[in-house]
Design a protein around this ligand. Structure first.
Ligand code: ATP
Ligand code: MG
Length: 140
């Protein structure tokens, strides 16, 4: 079990002024932020990040959305971080997200669903390395 996960505050949440509110939720849930930056993905970056979904019908729309404005990328640390962050964010579709989850509160659709969370320890490490160099990650 790894203690790290990767999160994105997606362009909808940044645009809607919810960056600070999502930060509060990260802190309330006792995650340690070990790296964070604001950036706007270009198309190759978004296509690379979501490469597993390239055959899905929503891929083009998804990559357009993810490049549509700035987002905040974060590396988070907590015991059993991947599962803990998935629980905090809730279901992909906000209609299915349970009360108290971040997506329930901030997502507006299945696509514009406010936040990302890694789905496995292996992907968490890959995704952190996709956005951060080693020296950008706090180690103490
Ligand atoms: P994420 O990987 O962003 O944390 P997730 O793991 O809950 O989300 P995935 O199945 O990995 O969900 O889908 C990746 C993203 O693609 C979703 O978060 C959402 O933005 C978008 N997406 C997923 N399903 C659909 C759909 N049916 N229509 C439009 N967009 C979708
Ligand atoms: Mg996913």
């Amino acid at each position: 079990m790894s203690n790290r996960t990767f999160a994105i505050i997606k362009p909808d949440a940044v645009k809607n002024g919810n960056t600070g509110k999502v930060y509060d939720r990260i802190i309330q849930n006792n995650f340690k932020i070990i790296s964070a930056k604001l950036l706007q993905m270009d198309m190759p970056k978004a296509e690379g990040f979501y490469a597993v979904h390239k055959e899905r019908p929503f891929f083009k729309e998804l990559t357009s959305f993810m490049t549509s404005g700035p987002c905040m990328v974060l590396a988070l640390e907590k015991e059993n971080a991947v599962q803990a962050w998935r629980e905090a964010i809730g279901a992909t579709n906000p209609k299915e997200a349970i009360e108290g989850t971040i997506r329930k509160e901030f997502a507006t659709s299945i696509q514009e669903n406010a936040v990302h969370g890694s789905d496995s320890d292996e992907n968490a490490e890959k995704e952190i390395a996709f956005f951060f160099t080693k020296s950008e990650i706090l180690t103490n």
